[in-house]
Design a protein around this ligand. Structure first.
Ligand code: SF4
Length: 141
């Protein structure tokens, strides 16, 4: 983590300058403008839009990406696909809330490593079924 500090510091300084020079010192709510800021990627821009501005956005972090695949809600191919699938699945008005709910649930209950769905009492029925469906999909692909 410490190795990233110089880059983060450089990005923060450049971002503050851009906000001052191009946005009148305010954080923009526009997706493209946010993603154009130094050090700001699509996920961060989506978090800012959802949490700071209350705009419809569905930020996909590693917890959400992992759980969407385990629950059979997305193929787990990549975060772009996961975002597309979850946005299709939930009404726009729920995106920001679902984002937080899945993150909190994942942090609390779902280990990233050594995941044995059959041993988990919470949603093993869903995870096991999703795993079998995904296996079947891979076999026929
Ligand atoms: S089976 Fe348990 S660990 Fe696996 S996704 Fe469900 S709640 Fe999370």
């Amino acid at each position: 983590m410490l190795g990233l500090a110089p880059t983060k510091a450089k990005n923060l300084k450049a971002m503050a300058e851009r906000l001052r020079d191009e946005h009148g010192g305010a954080v923009p709510s526009d997706e493209a403008a946010l993603e154009a800021l130094p050090g700001v990627g699509h996920k961060t821009a989506s978090v800012v839009r959802a949490q700071a501005f209350g705009l419809p956005a569905f930020p996909i972090d590693t917890h959400i990406h992992r759980l969407a695949e385990r629950w059979g809600l997305s193929s787990g191919k990549n975060v772009v696909q996961t975002e597309r699938d979850l946005k299709r699945l939930y009404p726009e008005a729920e995106w920001a809330k679902r984002h937080l709910q899945i993150i909190y649930f994942g942090r609390e209950h779902c280990p990233a490593l050594r995941h044995v769905a059959e041993d988990c009492p919470i949603c093993s029925w869903a995870a096991v079924k999703a795993k079998a469906t995904a296996r079947g999909r891979r076999r026929t692909a």
